[in-house]
Design a protein around this ligand. Structure first.
Ligand SMILES: *Cc1c(COP(=O)(O)O)cnc(C)c1O
Length: 226
């Protein structure tokens, strides 16, 4: 390994080397300074995940223009106007009201927003997202057909925060299964391919369960500085 390689570049290459072909990597850079993001960028990383609008907006102008931003946190509707049209993917749509507002604003701005619907399967009460059955029901009723400027590209979800990897695997399989059920309920859906699952401690389990996009922070950037 190159001795001059930064610690971040080294960790990034370790994570990449464990991902099968076709699984994308979002480097979750929340709470890390722009210098850290630049190191990852210089090592070839282009997709970065942020969970707070203010932090995202502060970092955006400091990074090269081909940086691709994913919004991965709970999005307050009053902050929407600051990010619609400026990010590659909103991964955390957790209510139909948010979806409708994204769509309205996207249409008004003549952009198409790509989004993921967040599914809640974890044991924690605090995690946002749709109940799997309710979400399947919404797709079965073709709720998405009223969207004019929003493309739902798939699902995002988190597993229960536990050392029990069996439970974690069950959670991820349930999210993957929700995607399959949605495709059965709405066979005309197109481009509903993305399964964003897996973080530093569980992305290998997530990939086993069918993840196509992992969101890894700590394993690349180290502990966050809150
Ligand atoms: C913070 C965060 C991550 C990354 O977590 P790590 O454990 O640092 O890899 C992934 N997804 C979401 C939604 C997050 O908020």
């Amino acid at each position: 390994m190159n001795a001059a390689m930064s610690e971040i570049a080294r960790r990034l290459s370790v994570v990449r080397s464990t991902l099968p072909e076709g699984v994308g990597l979002v480097a979750v850079s929340k709470f890390h300074p722009v210098e850290a993001l630049r190191e990852a960028y210089d090592a070839g990383q282009r997709a970065f995940g942020e969970s707070r609008v203010q932090e995202l907006l502060a970092k955006m102008p400091q990074m090269p223009s081909d940086t691709r931003w994913h919004f991965i946190g709970h999005l307050q509707t009053n902050k929407l106007k600051q990010i619609v049209g400026r990010v590659e993917l909103i991964e955390s749509v957790d209510s139909l009201r948010l979806l409708d507002l994204i769509d309205e604003l996207s249409e008004r701005r003549s952009v198409v927003s790509k989004v993921l619907m967040q599914v809640h399967v974890a044991a924690e009460q605090t995690k946002f997202g749709f109940d799997p059955d309710e979400l399947v029901g919404w797709f079965a009723a073709h709720g998405y057909e009223t969207l004019r400027a929003t493309h739902i590209c798939g699902l995002m979800g988190m597993a229960t925060n536990t050392d029990d990897l069996g439970r974690v695997a069950d959670d991820f399989r349930r999210i993957a299964d929700t995607r399959r059920r949605i495709l059965v309920a709405a066979p005309d859906l197109r481009g509903f391919d993305t399964l964003s699952m897996g973080m530093s401690d569980d992305y290998r389990v997530a990939v086993e369960a069918g993840s196509t996009l992992v969101r890894v922070g700590t394993a690349i950037f180290g502990e966050r500085q809150y």
